[in-house]
Design a protein around this ligand. Structure first.
Ligand SMILES: Cc1cc2nc3c(=O)[nH]c(=O)nc-3n(C[C@H](O)[C@H](O)[C@H](O)COP(=O)(O)OP(=O)(O)OC[C@H]3O[C@@H](n4cnc5c(N)ncnc54)[C@H](O)[C@@H]3O)c2cc1C
Ligand SMILES: NC(=O)c1ccc[n+]([C@@H]2O[C@H](COP(=O)([O-])OP(=O)(O)OC[C@H]3O[C@@H](n4cnc5c(N)ncnc54)[C@H](O)[C@@H]3O)[C@@H](O)[C@H]2O)c1
Length: 465
């Protein structure tokens, strides 16, 4: 069995793995990057970028449909081809990562395609043939300084009777769709389910959304869930909450889904968006003393999982976002290089679900702040009754909710549901990150008539202290 020795082995080249590997290689370390699929990971090929191209197309259609309420007449005839072509040609180069591999190699890294597995301290085995059953054996690499794990997650498929073996979609297949189905059932009312449901509905699919929890975006502020639920219903998406799928049937090109509520839904396609899972046993983390049965890898504030092993990205369970993965990568790389790269701070971790209106969140919800025993007050403003919301008219749904810690006189959380809500969130993320005193925020000017001016209204709605 051949062996090879390098300074660092990076297992999984998602956004974080690629960033950490390149940074370490540019600093002069010998770095081996190991990727079983595509360098760059889920985000550019199956997630953020292709879905946001879909959202861009869907939002353009929605704006065109708003013209009659604002500026004349339009005839909207959706065509999926420009979206599918952009995803294939511009976003993913037909799911080819040659440019990304080259980028990593240009930084000084060495690349090997295959699934890596830790086989002991400082040791990673990579199957010689990229696909199972790996009959040709394994190549073993030794990492003198350490191993960085960035394996991401897989779509989690619930054990619903009849589902296995049917041609259901996950995000990985849905982004490759060349046509819009006539009808679609989306299982799961988290960010993935919501973004896909609105996109396909706006392109003409008769869409139903099924969520087991009592509300969509169950971890968000209840008012945000309610707002987005109303928007979906008004757009003709059939929203079923508080119900689960009991049984799936697939016959003659048609899915049917029996719900625990007693209803049966039928559609041409079924998209499963019920969360993500990790396979830590396959990653071999037990050989370095980590819990293989856990859902995520516990890391300290410098991304250390155990001696000589760093973990970054979705697998750390600190929020499944590209910006988090890249943020953690910089900290881990600095730690490996013996530099002072700071420590991870998630107080102002932002998240944006790119529905229309966008649901943008930062820090704690009211419920989470109360669970932590903080002295909580909240203030809210409705976007439609703000100056800009009123002017905007069609498509102005939304709200801003602020969560204040009154003991410290600062904001600890914010939710913005609004057109360009993710951009509005920027100001609030700064306030939470920098712990700007509420008195100082209240003394700010907010440009008239912007969407972010409603932050002033929400601050005004916080009870006086
Ligand atoms: C539909 C969808 C939309 C999303 N939209 C957004 C968004 O708009 N904004 C945002 O911030 N986040 C978004 N996310 C989340 C985002 O995709 C992830 O947080 C992001 O990709 C970072 O993940 P990661 O760095 O942990 O690794 P990943 O991107 O998951 O990449 C991990 C890589 O490791 C490889 N790998 C796994 N195991 C091994 C192994 N043993 N050996 C070798 N290689 C291995 C995998 O093949 C994969 O390529 C979205 C997710 C989904 C599903
Ligand atoms: N714009 C973004 O930043 C973005 C976009 C998409 C995803 N992501 C991240 O990716 C991760 C995965 O997102 P997701 O939406 O797949 O997962 P999720 O866990 O956030 O949501 C999945 C939902 O499916 C529901 N569910 C589970 N089993 C079900 C069943 N059998 N029937 C009906 N409903 C069921 C759950 O109750 C949950 O609400 C999240 O952490 C998310 O933050 C981020």
């Amino acid at each position: 069995m051949p062996s090879d020795e390098v300074d660092v082995v990076v297992v999984g080249m998602g956004p974080g793995g690629e960033a950490a590997g390149s940074r370490l290689a540019e600093a002069g370390l010998s770095v081996l990057g190991v990727e079983g699929r595509l360098v760059g990971g889920e985000c550019p090929y199956y997630a953020c970028i292709p879905t946001k191209m879909m959202v861009r197309g869907a939002d353009a259609l929605a704006e065109a449909r708003r013209v009659p309420r604002l500026a004349g007449t339009t005839e909207v005839r959706p065509d999926w081809t420009p979206v599918a072509d952009r995803i294939r040609d511009e976003a993913t180069t037909d799911w080819d990562d040659q440019i990304a591999v080259q980028r990593f190699e240009d930084s000084g890294g060495r690349f090997v395609r295959g699934f890596g597995r830790i086989t002991g301290p400082g040791e990673v085995a990579v199957a010689v043939s990229a696909s199972p059953p790996h009959d040709e054996g394994y190549h073993v690499y030794r990492a003198r300084r350490g191993i960085v794990l960035n394996p991401g997650t897989e779509p989690a498929i619930p054990p619903i009777e009849g589902l296995a073996g049917t041609p259901f979609w996950t995000n990985r297949t849905a982004v490759k769709a060349r046509t819009v189905p006539r009808s679609l059932i989306v299982l799961g009312g988290g960010p993935v389910g919501l973004e896909f449901a609105q996109v396909f509905a706006r392109f003409g699919a008769d869409t139903a959304l099924v969520e087991a929890a009592p509300r969509l975006l169950q971890h968000s502020e209840p008012a945000a869930s309610e707002c987005i639920g109303e928007v979906f219903k008004n757009e003709g998406i059939a929203v079923h909450t508080g119900t689960t799928a009991r049984r799936v049937r697939y016959q003659d090109g048609q899915f049917s889904l029996e719900l625990s509520s007693g209803a049966t839904l039928s559609a041409e396609h079924l998209l499963v968006a019920t969360g993500r899972r990790s396979d830590l046993a396959a990653l071999g983390v037990g050989t370095v003393g980590l819990d293989e049965t856990a859902r995520s890898i516990d890391v300290d504030e410098r991304m250390r999982a155990t001696d000589g092993v760093w973990a970054i990205g979705d697998v750390t369970g600190k929020g499944a976002f590209t910006h988090t993965s890249v943020y953690q990568a910089a900290i881990a790389a600095a730690d490996i290089l013996g530099e002072d790269g700071g420590t991870a701070d998630y107080r102002a971790e932002p998240a944006v679900t790119f529905t229309d209106p966008e649901v943008a969140e930062c820090g704690l919800t009211e419920a989470r702040a109360r669970e932590r025993g903080l002295a909580v007050q909240t203030g809210s403003a409705a976007v439609p009754s703000s100056a800009r919301g009123w002017i905007h008219k069609a498509g102005n749904d939304g709200l801003i909710t602020l969560v204040a810690d009154t003991d410290r006189g600062i904001l600890v959380g914010a939710t913005v549901v609004a057109p360009s809500g993710g951009e509005v969130l920027g100001a609030l993320a700064v306030a939470i990150h920098a712990e700007v005193p509420l008195a100082r925020l209240r003394g700010m000017m907010f440009a008239y008539p912007t969407f972010h001016r409603a932050i002033g209204d929400a601050l005004g709605a916080l009870p006086d202290q």
